[in-house]
Every structure is written in C-alpha cells, then in structure tokens.
Design a protein around this ligand. Structure first.
Ligand code: ATP
Ligand code: LTN
Length: 340
C-alpha cells in the first residue's frame, strides 16, 4: 500500500539474566537499524521460554530484563512496539491453527528440536519444544510481517514459517497471510563460543567462560576475551576452518568498530594473539558499558518498563486481532455474534 512502511518483526526468549554478544550482533543491532525504515514490532517471547520449564519468579525477572536490554540497545519505544508475547493472546491461538497445517514429519525435521530433545532424552522433552517453531511462525504471521531479522541458527525455523505462509495462501486463498523474508547479515550471523569456537555462543548452553554477557561485570568480559581459545599457530589471519577462535575474535572486533576485517588483520601483522585479545577486550568493554548502564536503569525502574510493555501490547493488539479474525473466518470458524 502506498506510503506504508514494510513491517519488521523479531523476538527473543527470556531464557537468561543477560543477553549475550551473539544476540546483540546477530540480531539486536539490525533491529535498531530497521526501525528507521520499517514499522517495527519486537517481542519478548515468554511463552517460548516455558518450553525449558523455568522457575516462575525467574521467568518474570528475565522477561523484564530482556525487554530492558532491547531498550538499552537502542530499540526506541516511540518508533517500535516492544511487547511481551503472552500479553497478546492471539499468538497462542494462531499457533493452534497453524499446528493443524504443519506436518508431523515437517516439525520432526527441525534440527534445533532434534538437538534439544536429543540432549534432554524422551522423558525430558515436552511437546512444547516440538511445536516451538509453530508458535514462532504464529508470532511472525500474526503481524503480516515482511522482514524477520535473526541470526543464522533461526534460518530453518524461518523457512518453516515461509512454507506455512505459502500453504495458507494456497489452501485459504491468496492474501491469507504475508510470506516473510529472513534478514540475516552474513558477517555477524553466527558469533561463536569463546571456549568452543566451533559452536555458537548461546545464553543457555555456553559455559560462563565461553560467553560475553551484556550485563556481566566488565572485568569478567575482559577476562573471558583474554582467555579465549585460539590455535597453536601465531599468525593473525581470518580463516574460519583452521583458525576458528581468531576468526571469531576478528569478526567481533570488526562488528564493534565498523572496520573491515582485512584492515584489522593488516594492523596486527607480526603481532601476537595476546595483543589482539587485550585490545579487543578494551573495545568490547567500551562498547558494552553504556548499554549495560542503560539496561540497569530500566531494570531499576520496573514501573516505567511495564508501561512501555503495556503500550507496546496495546499498539500490536489490533493487528493481531484482525489477522486472527481473518484466518478464523477463512478456515470456517463461526464468528461469535456481538451481543446487544
Ligand atoms: P538459547 O541459548 O536460550 O536458545 P540464544 O542465546 O541462542 O538462546 P535466542 O533467544 O535463541 O538466543 O536468540 C535470539 C536471537 O539472537 C535470534 O535472532 C538468534 O538467531 C540470535 N543469536 C543467538 N545466538 C547467536 C549467535 N551466537 N550469533 C548470532 N546470532 C545469534
Ligand atoms: N526462536 C527464536 C525466538 C523467536 C523469534 C520469533 C524470532 C520466537 N519467535 C519470531 C523471530 C521471529 C530464537 O531466537 N530462538
């Protein structure tokens, strides 16, 4: 439609007290940029987090902390809607509808489910983990989303969202839903664990020494970078296959300074790994300190934060209601008659 901005939607799970640098560089930085050109909606997906059975008080605290970190990173509530998934009931309702369009085998092929259920075993795996990508598709399709900025690990889930969208349009008629496009920035799509640089940095699975947490003590952040695993060679070069650790550090350096990797490599020619690590520790701490401080300000003002989240839910509610009503109608559910 003329004059209307395309819509961007993305979300994170409140599964940790602090986001990690991968969340930040892989996704949040793009969320902040896209709010200039798009109609932006960003969610804290607390219903998704229930799949890992958090303690109630921990989940509540982490939901607010996650939202606080979105705002601290530069998501601006006057331009973007920031909301909590469970505040908009249509997410769960659309997930049910979509689950009836999802093949069992299709869901069973999701590699993240296979990894997680493999680690937990049959008795530890709940059905919510299995249907997790269907709820994610509901999040996206509910808002007629055009663009979804995420890290590389979400590519397969997004492909499922697109397949479901196309299926709905075929079965229910064109215009049922918008088919979303992934927005994955190649350079920062996957930030690796500092100790195991062949695995992605993850707030739930990385060891404390493998992580850079936004809300961590800067001294610990610096220490983790200085003790990052590298290789037995001494040449600073970007080579993901043979020098995964150093390549990861170069990626982070480049992303945080805006300098090209080749420039950084040229600057460190003939220097030791230790030099790069010491300088990178300074870069990271300098970059994260103001983000950390702004996040703590929000965390210490829960009323103001709850107000932002209530405003965000109010902004998106009408879109969600309209999409769900449209789809309920197209599948043949009888609309309740308004009572006089
Ligand atoms: P969990 O370990 O609880 O699954 P996570 O740290 O992997 O969490 P998510 O909440 O699953 O984070 O992801 C939030 C966003 O951050 C997603 O867009 C995801 O693709 C992105 N992301 C997560 N980890 C990385 C990473 N290491 N590199 C780049 N992007 C990442
Ligand atoms: N599964 C995502 C979180 C997520 C999401 C979404 C991301 C849930 N719903 C909708 C983008 C769009 C993850 O990062 N683990």
């Amino acid at each position: 439609m003329a004059g209307m901005k395309p819509r961007v939607f993305s979300a994170m799970q409140p599964t940790s007290d602090s986001l990690q640098l991968g969340n930040y560089l892989g996704a949040l930085v793009e969320w902040v940029k896209l709010q200039d050109t798009h109609d932006a909606i960003y969610g804290v997906v607390d219903l998704h987090a229930l799949t890992v059975s958090p303690k109630p008080e921990v989940l509540r605290e982490r939901t607010r902390r996650t939202a606080a970190q979105f705002l601290a990173a530069g998501v601006d509530p006057s331009r973007s809607a920031v909301f909590v998934q469970s505040h908009v009931h249509e997410h769960a309702e659309l997930a049910w509808l979509l689950s009836t369009f999802t093949g069992f085998g299709e869901a069973a092929r999701m590699t993240q489910f296979k990894d997680k259920s493999g680690a937990l075993g049959e008795s530890g795996t709940n059905v919510g983990l299995f249907t997790y990508p269907v709820l994610m598709a509901a999040d996206i399709l509910l808002y007629d989303t055009n663009v979804v900025p995420v890290g590389e690990d979400q590519r397969q889930h997004l492909e499922l969202s697109r397949d479901l969208a196309e299926r709905l349009n075929t079965r229910l008629g064109e215009g049922a839903v918008v088919v979303p496009e992934p927005h994955i920035v190649k350079e920062t799509a996957k930030i690796y664990d500092l100790q195991e640089p062949d695995k992605k940095m993850s707030k739930s699975f990385s060891s404390p020494k493998g992580l850079i947490e936004i809300l961590d003590d800067p001294k610990k952040v610096a220490k983790n970078i200085k003790s990052a695993a590298t290789d037995s060679d001494t040449v600073i070069a970007f080579d993901r296959e043979n020098k995964a650790g150093i390549s990861n550090l170069l990626t982070i350096y480049s992303a945080l300074t805006g300098r090209a990797v080749e420039d950084i490599v040229a600057e460190y020619e003939g220097k030791m790994y230790g030099h790069l690590k010491v300088d990178l520790a300074d870069v990271v701490v300098e970059y994260l300190t103001p983000v950390h401080d702004r996040a703590m300000d929000w965390i210490e003002s829960p009323d103001a934060l709850d107000e932002v989240l209530a405003d965000g839910a109010a902004k998106v509610q009408s879109i969600a209601r309209e999409t769900l009503a449209r789809l309920y109608d197209r599948v043949g559910l009888v609309a309740p008659r308004p009572r006089s």
